[in-house]
Design a protein around this ligand. Structure first.
Ligand code: MHO
Length: 206
């Protein structure tokens, strides 16, 4: 089986409708975009800026914002607590980069997420006095530029050609569940999705 426009559109059409979002600042957003995209139950990912006050941040003029990944997940398959576990395995909570652009931040978007974060921290072995990770309620998520979305996938012409053939524009690629899995896969993450496990051998991995 090869990666074809039909494989992409069929996978995307099967995405669950009732999703929730979780947002994390974990350094340069390309890495967590691919790491979270690999997880079963993560439906979509997008990267952006949050945590600051500037009204229209861009990559070049970030103001006081931080690079973040927003994860859209299927709550029937994956919990916020499991995402927290992953977020804490993706960074050292005792080391905070001085650059605001790359700070570690766990955002909560609802009172439930806030409570789940408290429970997670209470149940963990972490020394709360030494934690430097910021915990904030999400004010606003600002989408990053198209060239930062699914960054690993964008360098792979044999994939972007398939999305072009399927008539996906930049926004559609950003919002595509198939693109999230493919981006994770080409970044070297294990992805257990049949169309990826069965595909690609005839294709060059350049
Ligand atoms: N400037 C770094 C990180 C980019 S990340 C989107 C690089 O080019 O690797 O901040």
């Amino acid at each position: 089986m090869m990666l074809t426009p039909t494989v992409v559109t069929e996978f995307d059409s099967q995405a669950p409708e009732a999703t929730k979002t979780a947002t994390f600042g974990l350094g340069c957003f390309w890495g967590p975009d691919a790491a979270f995209g690999a997880i079963d139950g993560v439906v979509r990912t997008r990267v952006g800026y949050a945590g600051g006050t500037k009204s229209d941040p861009s990559y070049e003029v970030l103001g006081d914002h931080t690079e973040v990944v927003q994860v859209e997940y299927d709550p029937e398959e994956l919990s916020f607590s499991e995402l927290l576990e992953r977020a804490f395995s993706e960074h050292d909570p005792y080391q905070q980069p001085s650059k605001r652009q790359y700070q570690n931040i766990v955002f909560t978007e609802t009172a439930t997420q806030h409570d789940q974060l408290q429970t997670f921290l209470n149940d963990s072995d972490l020394d709360s006095n030494r934690i430097t990770t910021r915990f904030e309620s999400l004010d606003r998520f600002h989408l990053a530029e198209a060239y930062h979305q699914k960054f690993n996938l964008r360098g792979k012409r044999w994939i972007t050609d398939v999305f072009a053939e399927a008539e996906y524009d930049d926004a559609a690629i950003r919002e595509s569940p198939a693109a999230a899995k493919l981006n994770a896969h080409v970044a070297g993450n294990d992805v257990s999705v049949p169309f990826i496990e069965q595909s690609f051998d005839p294709r060059p991995r350049h």
